[in-house]
Design a protein around this ligand. Structure first.
Ligand SMILES: [Fe+2]
Length: 166
């Protein structure tokens, strides 16, 4: 997803090096098995909230941020936060947060229709693409009977206000 993140950053006036770094950190740890991510999180004493602890699919975000800070010395708080929260989103997302969230939701290897729509929207409007990707993700989770992470719901509440004002 690093290449999509960098491309979106260039298109929307965000430093593409920061977006590429966030994407690269993500892509490096994404394939790791849950047990390895758990060991890394505990080595760096990285606390996880209870909903995240229950969902190993979310662990690569906080693990990548902890690894970047502790092992690589990355100090860019915006990059670290964008990586940490890229799966759920969070209220008050920055442009970099949106780019990393969208790049993850709509990376080229994601072939479902919502990913294609998100990529198209993101070329024009980061906010609209974020709202669409977030709504799609929540709808998918609910359709499977999975409770979304509270940060995703909080992000949606904030984004929905933006939608009604638009
Ligand atoms: Fe991810």
């Amino acid at each position: 997803m690093a290449s999509l993140a960098a491309a979106l950053a260039r298109r929307h006036g965000v430093d593409p090096r920061r977006a590429a770094l966030a994407g690269w950190l993500h892509d490096w740890l994404k394939p790791w098995p849950a047990a390895r991510l758990r060991r890394l999180l505990s080595r760096y004493h990285e606390p996880l909230d209870a909903p995240t602890r229950r969902l190993p699919v979310l662990w690569h975000g906080p693990a990548a941020a902890a690894w970047a800070r502790n092992a690589l010395g990355v100090r860019d708080r915006g990059v670290l936060d964008a990586v940490r929260w890229h799966t759920t989103g969070r209220p008050g997302m920055t442009a970099l947060d949106r780019i990393v969230f969208i790049a993850d939701s709509a990376a080229a290897d994601r072939t479902f229709p919502e990913a294609r729509v998100t990529r198209r929207l993101a070329a024009r409007d980061l906010g609209l693409a974020t709202r669409y990707a977030l709504a799609s993700k929540l709808a998918w989770l609910w359709s499977r009977g999975t409770r979304p992470h509270p940060e995703a719901l909080a992000a949606w509440s904030r984004e929905a206000v933006r939608t009604t004002r638009a």
